[in-house]
Design a protein around this ligand. Structure first.
Ligand SMILES: [Zn+2]
Length: 337
């Protein structure tokens, strides 16, 4: 993922936020968030339900911090952070399917700066997969949105299929990339895939174990599940910035650590075979350390010497302290890929 990320850093965080339309998207997102909050500043109880940890199923947790009216708690069982109480299914379904802000996100995804960033990220991941299996194969992307990843994979020789519940995104995937995308994983039928991918999907769904079990069920013999998970709870940036990190938001329900994600995979019958954390996210962290807006900084005085920043960046990436992580897992009972 380095290529795209370095290009973003060279332009600066604020420029990337503006060029991709994230600023417009974030303003709409703030309105959406406010619609869940009552006059007391808390998310309205009738929209919410108390949940237990998706990774380890423990209900034993303590308050970590509050953001935008929602409570983030830390699990005593596995160290994950999650929102509880969190929005109910009806609220989340409506948000993903019908909200103007979800449609705005699709515009972000096709902004040239975003496409450049994402394509570099996808090429890196596909290269890894191709090295692992000795070339392209069949691939199913679940939560494929507009289909940018499928388009990249197809061009590299993969036989691709996608699942996307959002009707607008499906229509745009067809119009922009000529992709025919399923609305539901069950529509895949008897087809089996060498690779099933989730790009920042698992941590947004109510029942991640069920979703990963469904992915396992459509794996071909020796197949793997690749997930990019946002909101690494061990991330240095998230640990420092906590509520000020954009990672924490109402629609990302679960914040796994490298080890709690392995626990989650295990409960779905999957065993992790490869793991790496990505995006050091040092620049936003340093902005925060200047008492500045991490994503729209106005101050620029040095906070730490450059050699210490480079060391920090290396330590973060080598120590699984990156902002997100990429995991590859196989069927725990199947043959080793
Ligand atoms: Zn847990």
């Amino acid at each position: 993922m380095t290529g795209g990320y370095e290009a973003v850093r060279a332009r600066g965080v604020a420029a990337f936020v503006h060029e991709t339309g994230r600023d417009t998207y974030w303003r709409a997102l703030a309105e959406q968030r406010a619609s869940y909050v009552g006059p007391d500043g808390l998310a309205r109880s009738e929209l919410l339900e108390v949940v237990t940890c998706a990774a380890c199923s423990s209900g034993d947790a303590r308050a970590a911090f509050r953001k935008d009216g929602f409570s983030y708690v830390r699990c005593f069982g596995c160290g994950s952070i999650y929102i509880s109480p969190q929005l109910r299914d009806e609220q989340l379904d409506a948000y993903w399917a019908d909200s103007p802000v979800a449609a705005l996100w699709l515009d972000v995804l096709v902004a040239p700066a975003q496409l450049e960033f994402d394509r570099a990220k996808y090429h890196d991941a596909l290269e890894r997969l191709e090295r692992r299996r000795g070339g392209p194969g069949s691939l199913l992307d679940v939560g494929c949105s507009l289909g940018v990843f499928l388009d990249v994979a197809r061009a590299r020789g993969w036989e691709v299929a996608g699942v996307e519940p959002g009707a607008t995104a499906r229509a745009r995937a067809e119009a922009k990339f000529g992709l025919s995308v399923h609305a539901d994983l069950r529509e895949v039928g008897e087809r089996r895939f060498d690779v099933v991918t989730f790009w920042e999907v698992v941590e947004h769904v109510k029942r991640p174990v069920e979703l990963l079990e469904a992915a396992r069920a459509v794996l071909a013999s020796g197949g793997v599940v690749l997930t990019l998970v946002g909101g690494n709870v061990h991330s240095l940036a998230n640990r420092v910035m906590r509520a000020a990190s954009a990672a924490f938001d109402f629609s990302r329900l679960w914040y796994f650590s490298p080890s709690s994600y392995a626990t989650l995979l295990g409960r779905a019958g999957l065993a992790q075979v490869d793991f790496s954390s990505v995006l050091a996210e040092i620049d936003t962290t340093v902005n925060f350390l200047r008492y500045d807006d991490p994503y729209d900084p106005v101050f620029s005085e040095p906070v730490l010497p450059p050699d210490l920043l480079s060391l920090l960046e290396r330590t973060v990436l080598e120590g699984d302290l990156g902002y997100k992580f990429l995991s590859v897992a196989r069927d725990a009972e199947g043959p080793k890929p």
